[in-house]
Design a protein around this ligand. Structure first.
Ligand code: PEP
Ligand code: MG
Length: 820
């Protein structure tokens, strides 16, 4: 039971708007020592995601669950606004009951409050009283049984014939959030739903009615249903209550632990690269043999053929990059940009041209030059660099195929699902494979950071790398078991082993299925903090896919998709249609639209961008937008118009200085006024070191920050994110990057702003844990990562993730961080 004292009541207050009213009500709780000032900002943030208007002139602002640490002691304040305050459209509030609740001490008060709700006369009286004692008396007096105050049916005659008894499992009783979840489910059924708690009975489809029950944590309740779908309603509601009504992480079911496999058969040991168990026939991967003549008569002709082959290979790589990016995201596609760079290597081209000059064919000369360089790279000590030899060979083969006289032994396409065995797989090899035909992958060479390992993980295919040459001598079509968790390949399994492996596979599938089924549950940690999990998308159709995969909104819309591969820029109307199609698909979930992030590294003919020596340090992102108002203004107009169709926020990319942000905001405001559009939140991406260092100043002009770890990593470590030999070292888990994120979160928190992360790190399980521990409120990731990341966050406590983040900040390298 909490105490409401005169110090927490303010009478006769006035406020221009809801924000001011919340600040007044919140300051009472700050002054009384119940909470820190930051929780007032959290209350304001919650208004953006939920409506705290209870009804009948009463609102109950409260902060976000993740900010509970800012509450010193549970308390409430009541502020009376006799003239009323406009809350949301059409809602006028006279009593603002601000709540700072660490757990469920305020439940009884909420129950009393909802009694008042049913009684307009009492609200009017309390809205005008000049006696704080009136308010205290009405809200804190213990109420009698349900029949006195609830107005709801309360005797046995009100019970239905079909019912189920359950106990509340959430951390804080049937307060507003879990009761809302209950009502949402109940409303999906036609049947009437009632809930009994001791002597009170509530309408299960009414939030107010449920709150009146005053059911606190672990309370036992009876759910009753009557109607055509009563059984289904009872089943769904009871299951939801047992799972904590979205108020606490579901305890991971037994299947959530990865199964372990111990088999009798002989094993070939390799390095575990992608988890899971595969059972199937073994198939050796073959590449076609490329035949080229050794010599040629016409050197000039061969030089032209070489130039043409290189140009065609570049075009292919660009197409492959775009295709893989659309299918699996930019990070997976980056390798093909890196391949393109190999083709510009003057050493390689010069050496080939010299050999052609000496009388060799273009094909022979090219193969010779590539092999020499690949051999050099493969003999380097650095394991990561060594692996780049595979890339060099891969891009070499691409050009060679174009110079070939004949292609021999073109491999037959795979017709039945197999475990694929190869010396190593290049990015082009994997891009050509049909993933539905690959049960597992085992390579003789390669390491855990090899391309094979990365692709296998992204496609969710169990894989082993570095298994040694023995795997290359196993019989084709023999049945084998591949264990991607231990890194073992079993070429001759017995019946017992097969049975065990099948069992493990079932457990794996159950794990994935459990993650998938739970994908709509919020990511609430075991100690009750919520981390928003949203999606990165780059196209209109993906908004719907994101919601279906459990995304709670879109944290990053890469709007470039509208601008690339076309002859003229998209019109304002075309953009408006695309953005509003997304708000429709999102059906009320938030959409953050990043304004155009493009620069000299992209070929956009209609922009006539000058070639830049260092495009990543040139006119890109917001710099280009500021220089090209012919692009920026129509985009902003389209976004502001789309904002009338759903909750849209604007985000500026690549902000490096306060001046840029101010200039961009000024233009946005001009556009908004021009259109007479409503204000929307404007945030910025933090992806440049200067933005981190200026975060306190930037926070004055930005409503939120979203850290782009892909770019931040490349700029902090000075490593090109697409560089063939550096990209893998440019690991966002490097302590230097983590310290930058830590600084950003601290600066934002001090200014009452929230921080999200939309770079690849948010979708990496290890990264996500550390980011949550650093205080990041929203993780935005590619669609396939959503279910697994949510499930992992639900299995952790914030306290543990904070401890992990602290240790990560103190590490010396990314490898050390990963080893934690
Ligand atoms: C980033 O830099 O982390 C980011 C999300 O933006 P992009 O990958 O589109 O550059
Ligand atoms: Mg970026």
């Amino acid at each position: 039971m909490i105490h409401l004292t005169q110090g927490n009541i303010r009478l006769n207050a006035q406020a221009r708007d809801k924000t001011e009213a919340i600040r007044i009500a919140g300051s009472l709780l700050v002054d009384s020592g119940n909470m820190q000032p930051g929780y007032v900002d959290s209350m304001l943030l919650r208004e953006k995601v939920a409506n705290t208007y209870l009804g009948n002139g009463i609102a109950i602002p409260h902060g976000l669950p993740k900010d509970r640490e800012l509450i010193i002691q549970t308390g409430i304040s009541v502020t009376q606004f006799p003239d009323g305050v406009q809350w949301n459209q059409g809602e006028t509030v006279y009593l603002v009951v601000a709540i700072a609740a660490r757990s469920d001490e305020h439940i009884e008060l909420l129950a009393n409050l909802t009694d008042v709700l049913d009684d307009p006369e009492t609200v009017q009286r309390l809205a005008r009283t000049s006696e704080p004692a009136d308010i205290i008396e009405r809200l804190t007096q213990p109420r009698d049984g349900g029949s006195v105050n609830t107005g709801a049916p309360a005797d046995a005659a009100d019970d239905f014939a079909k019912w189920v008894d359950v106990s509340l499992t959430g951390p804080a009783g049937l307060h507003a959030r879990p009761a809302t979840a209950f009502v949402d489910i109940a409303k999906r059924f036609q049947s009437e739903v009632r809930v009994r708690h001791i002597s009170k009975v509530a309408n299960g489809k009414s939030l107010v009615s449920l709150l009146k029950l005053g059911a606190d944590k672990q309370a036992s309740i009876r759910i009753m249903a009557r109607g055509v779908d009563e059984d289904a309603a009872l089943e769904a509601l009871a299951a939801a209550v047992r799972h904590g009504l979205e108020d606490e992480a579901e305890a991971p079911p037994a299947g959530f632990a990865a199964p372990t496999l111990t088999l009798q058969a002989r094993a070939i040991a390799g390095i575990a690269a992608s988890p899971g168990v595969a059972i199937g026939p073994l198939r050796h991967f073959r590449r076609e043999r490329i035949v080229v003549a050794v010599t040629a008569n016409d050197a000039a002709h061969e030089q032209t053929r070489l130039q043409q082959a290189i140009a065609t290979a570049k075009l292919q790589l660009r197409e492959l990059h775009d295709e893989v990016k659309a299918r699996s995201g930019g990070a997976r596609a980056a390798i093909f940009r890196a391949h393109e760079e190999f083709l510009d290597d003057p050493d390689l081209v010069d050496a080939t041209q010299r050999l052609i000059g000496a009388g060799h064919s273009a094909g022979w000369a090219w193969r010779q030059s590539v092999d020499e360089r690949a051999l050099e790279v493969a003999s380097l000590d650095d394991a990561l660099l060594k692996e780049r030899a595979v890339d060099l060979q891969d891009v070499g083969r691409r050009v060679l195929r174009l110079l070939a006289d004949t292609l021999e032994e073109e491999p037959a396409s795979i017709a039945v699902p197999v475990i694929l065995v190869a010396e190593d797989l290049s990015p082009s090899d994997t891009a050509r494979l049909d993933p539905t035909m690959i049960l597992g992958i085992c390579t003789a060479g390669g390491g855990p950071t090899s391309h094979t390992a990365i692709i296998a993980r992204s496609l969710d295919i169990p894989a082993i790398v570095g298994a040694g040459p023995a795997v290359l001598h196993q019989a084709e079509d023999s049945l084998c078991i591949l264990d991607g968790d231990t890194g073992n390949l079993y070429p001759e399994p017995g019946d017992g082993d097969l049975a065990l492996a099948r069992q493990a596979q079932h457990e794996w599938q159950a794990l994935r299925e459990a993650e998938r089924l739970a994908c709509y549950q919020p990511a609430i940690t075991t100690d009750g903090y919520r981390i928003e999990v949203v999606a990165n998308i780059g196209g209109a159709a993906e908004a719907e896919q994101a919601v279906a995969a459990g995304a709670e909104g879109i944290g990053l819309l890469r709007s470039e998709f509208l601008f690339l591969q076309r002859a003229e820029p998209p019109s304002e109307d075309e953009q408006f249609i695309a953005y509003s199609a997304m708000t429709r698909a999102l059906n009320g979930l938030p959409l953050i639209i990043r304004t155009l992030d493009i620069g000299g590294d992209k070929e956009v003919p209609y922009l006539s961008l000058p070639a830049e020596e260092n495009p990543f340090l040139g006119v890109r992102g917001i710099r280009l937008c500021l220089a090209r108002s012919d692009l920026f203004r129509p985009q902003l107009r389209a976004i502001y118009r789309a904002a009338a169709t759903g909750p849209v926020k604007i985000m500026f990319p690549m902000i490096a200085t306060v001046e840029e942000l101010r200039a961009a905001r000024t233009i946005a405001e001009e556009v908004r006024v021009e259109l007479g559009a409503a204000v929307v939140d404007i945030g910025i991406m933090i992806e440049v070191p200067s933005a981190v260092l200026m975060a306190p100043e930037l926070a004055v002009h930005a409503d939120f920050f979203s850290v782009g770890t892909n770019d931040l990593t490349q700029y902090v470590l000075a490593m090109d994110r697409g560089h063939p030999s550096l990209a893998r070292q440019a690991d966002a888990l490097h302590p230097a990057v983590l310290r930058m994120i830590d600084m950003t979160v601290k600066a934002a928190t001090a200014a009452g702003r929230w921080v999200g992360v939309c770079g690849g790190m948010a979708g990496d399980p290890k990264g996500a844990m550390i980011l949550a521990g650093l205080g990041v409120a929203e993780l935005s990731m590619s669609i396939p990562s959503i279910a697994a990341i949510k499930s992992r966050l639900r299995a952790q406590s914030l306290a543990d993730m904070q401890a992990l983040a602290k240790r990560a900040l103190a590490c010396q390298s990314a490898a050390e961080v990963r080893a934690l």
